[in-house]
Each structure stands twice: as C-alpha cells, then as structure tokens.
Design a protein. Structure first.
Length: 258
C-alpha cells in the first residue's frame, strides 16, 4: 500500500500479494492494524497528500491524482473531513507557521456528561527536544477533529477532559521540536502510541489509561490530523518581527498568543 498508493488497488490485489484469500487477509490485517485494508489505504493516500502539499508546489488538483483520486471534489471533501482543514488552507497555514491551531482543529465544547481520561505517557529515551500530542478520537484512525487533546513538552502525566459518555481511542504522537527548524514536514512523528484498549466513559467519570509510545512502524495507521505540521510555534520564533506581523495579519482565523 505504501509503495502503490497511487494505483487503483482492490482488496483482491492486496490479498494476492500476501498469497491469502481476501477474507482471511482482511481478518489478519484488522488484527494487526486495528482497521480494515480499505481504510488503511485511504489513510495512506491522505497522508501522502499532506506530504506533497508541504514539500512540493504541485497544485491541489495534481496532488489529488498523484495519490490515487480520480475526482478533485472527492479528494477535497475526504481531506477536509480527515485532516480538519481543506488542502489549500492546510498548505497556507503550514507556510505561515501559525501560532496555535485553527478553530476547526480545537475540541468542541462537551455536551451532557463530561468525563476525563488521564494517565502517564511514556516516551523512549532520546536526546532530541520533543513535543507530545495526545488526543481522544471516536474512531480507531486518528483523523478529523479530536474530542479532547493535550500537548506536552516532556514525558509525564496527560489529561483529556470534556469527553462524552462512550468509547474513545486515545492516541499519542511524539515529534522532534527543533528550535530553528522552519520546515513543517520535519515535525513528523518520531514515536507513536495508544492506550492498550479503547477507554469507556460512563456517567462523566474519570478513567485511568497509561500510554506507552514506540518508534513509528509500517503497520501504524498514518496520523491524518493536521497536527503536528500546523503547530508552527518554533517557526514563528525565527521569523523577523515585521515578517511575522505581516503574515499573521494576512491569515484569517489565526489565533495570536498574548
């Protein structure tokens, strides 16, 4: 899938490469990844679209075809739903090195019972400065708008609040926080992790769930949420004050810090 994401792959094509029936392959694949082959392939295509939007000057239309879509409208709607912003705006915000996240990516206000998930987050030893993103999602794939999120600059306790009753998937991504690195695609995850099982909130209670992170692997579901690429606080710090003021003034919906 990672090598042939631009092709019209079918489940039969993918299962044949593993010399398995498509039904048995689907069961094994879901056991290993937590999702179906078709959803995993869709996530890879949108992940590669994010990469192309950040690293190239290709048009959104060209990129949609480059990652296997035949319809610009379908690509745009799926990208917006999964990433949180339209592809053109994703590129613009990453180039600006915005301070904070757009309102579309901030968790909404809780309704009804409001529960909490908290615990310890563990990161493998590294000499790099890091930033950790922890979020709760309704689905197993970390896409779209999380219902709750927390951002840490070191390993330790996290806390996700405002979660309605129900089942939630807690996901974490750890990125390198280079102080003078203006290229947003460098902020790709070093480590990823999740709670051992989905957590269940009932009656607005608090659930304890530790998260152990590990190096990113081929079987890990790509992170489609616009973070960490749009968390450009480091990039703003290295811009000249006048350039920063001009870019912020031109960016609609960008929240300025105090």
């Amino acid at each position: 899938m990672w090598e042939r994401f631009d092709e019209p792959l079918t489940l039969t094509d993918i299962a044949d490469s593993a010399i398995l029936s498509k039904f048995y392959f689907s069961r094994v694949f879901r056991t290993l990844t937590g999702t179906s082959p078709s959803r995993f392939l869709a996530a890879i295509r949108l992940c590669m679209a994010k990469k192309l939007l950040l690293e190239t000057s290709a048009s959104v239309t060209d990129i949609s075809f480059m990652v296997g879509y035949n319809s610009l409208g379908t690509f745009t709607s799926r990208f917006t739903r999964s990433v949180g912003v339209p592809p053109a705006r994703f590129r613009m915000l990453s180039e600006l090195g915005m301070d904070g996240t757009p309102s579309a990516l901030r968790p909404g206000r809780p309704t009804g019972h409001s529960g909490t998930v908290q615990g310890e987050l563990y990161v493998p030893e590294t000499d790099l400065p890091i930033r950790i993103y922890v979020a709760a999602f309704k689905e197993s794939i970390p896409e779209g708008q999380p219902k709750a999120c927390d951002v840490l600059d070191k390993t330790g306790p996290y806390r996700l609040t405002g979660l309605p009753d129900g089942q939630w998937y807690v996901r974490a991504a750890v990125v390198s926080r280079a102080p003078v690195e203006p290229r947003p695609w460098v902020r790709q995850p070093l480590f990823v992790g999740s709670s051992h099982l989905p957590v269940v909130i009932s009656g607005g209670g608090t659930v304890e769930a530790d998260v152990m992170t590990r190096p990113l692997g081929k079987l890990d579901i790509p992170i489609l949420l616009a973070l960490p690429e749009l968390d450009g606080r480091q990039q703003l710090d290295v811009l000249r004050p006048t350039q920063r003021a001009v870019q912020l003034a031109r960016a609609p919906g960008v929240r300025r810090s105090g």
